[in-house]
Design a protein around this ligand. Structure first.
Ligand code: BGP
Length: 481
């Protein structure tokens, strides 16, 4: 019999990886400097809540505003920003390498040395402070040329271009970078949002399930091959997948709703998750494909390739949860990449995303129960309007509250037995919003003077959350008040 008097220690494990996360297209700027070629993010105009972002292929148009061109200028502020990360005590920093900075068109044989030199400096600076670099190889920034010339990821040829890029990174950063993520939020391809952002498929005609699942298949094969290549390059490399984790509760306890919620999770999380971790599509994927007229073109060797390239750890972005119902009825509200039914028990952010810290404990348990490999939260945070107060400071207590509640639930999940290895809050320095293209939707612990009308001098300021997070890290999650 089990001893039910065992005292459970509510603590984060030693060596827990606290840090922050960004993506090149939303943060870096310097879009036409250092030999960089344009990426799909460079033809996305600014947006606002009432005016969605627009694409202007084949190139940026004079007179339009493209917030990602300058973003919040990490390209010229990297030294200062990394010093601020170090001051907060970051153990890890997740960032992406802009593909078109290394391969300006995407199909070249040789990389752009100037682009690599930029990341050499960044990585060396992180290591100088003892911060572990974590690289996302592809984060919403496919080279534009690959979209215009090849139609994006629905074309299998992109696998080789991606592997060429990954190979350069694995060889160059051997002994310096240990943690790698192959694709950001690969499962966004189950939603219309993913066609452009994940797959660089710019033609609206390609925004259908057939093309999106085909693109996802190519990315899953590319990911598996990259995992294999990385392990062969350096056996200490740790390769992870990254999913935007969808947490859809059934609207009611009607069995129809409960089953619908399960199927929602299978479709949006488990298809990609299972291929990444188990190396094969689950049965329900084949049923879904059949019933929805989706025919995946697979090469004969794909089955083996997927099996041979399974990931070492599982990472997620988690911002909110939603409700789902078989009847699809009920008031709707926004979320990461998709709109769903409102939960009457939850509050929302200014952008309608429902705040659900308890849901984070729920999904961490769900993931660990299913896969039993280390889990990491690589994006979480609150997109909010921050104002500089008359005292010159940014009192973002709402962000501290949000993060505190989530950190508390992470600790609960650790007590539940989840092998949680780290947490990188999203947009640790203010950056451009992916979905709306706004600067107004800020996530940072570090404020950047840059605004939606293009004004601002890129000056950095520590928000109240900066000091709070510093204490959290210093105390390994004990001091969260
Ligand atoms: C995730 C992306 C990030 C980031 C975040 C917040 O999907 O990986 O790139 O942008 O969402 O989303 P948003 O900026 O739309 O609020």
């Amino acid at each position: 019999m089990q001893d039910n008097k065992i005292t459970i220690e509510k603590k984060f494990p030693e060596g827990f990886l606290w840090g922050g996360a960004t993506a090149a297209n939303q943060y870096e700027g310097g879009w036409d400097e250092g030999g960089r070629g344009p990426s799909i993010a460079d033809i996305l105009t600014g947006g606002s809540v009432d005016k969605d972002r627009r694409l202007t292929p084949p190139s940026p148009v004079k007179g339009e505003f493209y917030p990602n061109h300058e973003a919040t200028d990490f390209y010229h502020h990297w030294k200062e920003d990394i010093a601020l990360f170090a001051e907060m005590g970051f153990k890890i920093y997740r960032f992406s390498i802009s593909w078109s900075r290394i391969f300006p068109r995407g199909d070249e044989a040789q990389p752009n040395q100037e682009g690599l030199q930029f990341y050499d400096q960044v990585i060396d600076e992180l290591l100088k402070y003892g911060i572990e670099p974590m690289v996302t190889i592809s984060h919403y920034e496919n080279p534009l040329y690959l979209s215009l010339e090849f139609g994006g990821w629905k074309n299998r040829r992109l696998i080789d271009f991606y592997l060429n890029f990954a190979k350069v990174l694995f060889e160059r950063y051997k002994g310096k970078v240990k943690y790698w993520l192959t694709f950001n939020e690969i499962n966004m391809l189950t939603q219309p949002f993913g066609a452009v952002f994940c797959a660089g498929m710019l033609d609206p005609e390609d925004n259908n399930e057939q093309a999106r699942f085909q693109a996802m298949h190519h990315q899953l094969v590319a990911s598996a091959l990259a995992v294999k290549m990385a392990h062969e390059t350096d056996s200490s490399y740790k390769l992870g997948c990254m999913l935007a984790y969808h947490n859809g509760y059934p609207c009611t306890c009607r069995p129809e709703d409960v089953l619908f919620a399960q199927q929602h999770g299978q479709l949006h999380n488990s298809i990609a998750g299972d291929v990444h971790v188990r190396g094969a599509y689950p049965g329900f994927a084949y049923r879904y494909f059949k019933e929805h007229g989706i025919t995946l073109e697979q090469a004969p060797e794909d089955e083996k390739l997927l099996k041979d390239g399974t990931v070492d750890f599982f990472t997620i972005s988690y911002y909110s949860s939603c409700c789902v119902s078989a009847a699809q009825d009920g008031e709707r509200t926004a979320g990461n990449g998709a709109e769903n039914i409102k939960n009457p028990y939850l509050q929302t952010s200014d952008w309608g995303w429902q705040i659900d810290a308890l849901g984070l404990r729920y999904v961490l348990n769900q993931i660990y129960d299913r896969y039993q490999i280390p889990v990491m939260i690589v994006e979480n945070g609150l997109g909010a309007v921050d104002e500089v107060s008359s005292d010159g400071k940014i009192h973002d207590t709402y962000r501290i509250d949000y993060m505190r509640q989530h950190v508390e639930q992470m600790k609960e999940a650790v007590c539940d037995g989840v092998d949680l290895i780290g947490y990188t809050c999203w947009g640790c320095t203010d950056l451009v919003s992916a979905s709306t293209g706004e600067m107004k939707k800020r996530y940072g612990l570090i404020y950047v003077d840059k605004h939606d009308d293009g004004s601002g001098d890129f000056g950095r300021k520590k928000k109240d959350s900066f000091y709070w997070y510093k204490r959290v890290i210093e105390s390994n999650g004990e001091d969260i008040e």
